[in-house]
Ligand binder design. Structure first.
Ligand code: SF4
Ligand code: SF4
Length: 89
């Protein structure tokens, strides 16, 4: 198990700070949605994205190694945030 970020699309204002400051370059900011963990294998679980977010939109969760993270729709219901990390749905 390793730590991976989850993004709350209802809190995220798409400022891009997390994607810019991620030391692993693991995040992408799609044009119309919250950031996504585009390169999950590169994520170091350092929590920079969680700590830097001014809107408290990032939370770290335990994710199985190599878990796929499904990009979230901007208007996705909150329940889909919790199921966006592979392994437990
Ligand atoms: S830092 Fe927070 S508000 Fe800004 S894009 Fe990342 S998750 Fe969204
Ligand atoms: S936990 Fe660290 S390495 Fe992983 S996405 Fe966030 S800032 Fe990047």
């Amino acid at each position: 198990m390793s730590l991976a970020p989850l993004f709350d699309p209802h809190r995220c204002k798409r400022c891009g700070l997390c994607a810019h400051l991620c030391p692993a370059g693991a995040l992408e900011l799609p044009s119309r949605s919250a950031p996504r963990l585009a390169r999950a294998q590169a994520c170091r679980g350092c929590r920079t994205c969680e700590l830097i977010c001014p809107d408290f939109a990032v939370s770290m969760t335990e994710a199985p190694a190599g878990a796929s993270v499904t990009p979230l729709r901007w208007d996705a219901p909150a329940s889909s945030v919790l199921s966006s990390v592979g392994g437990e749905t």
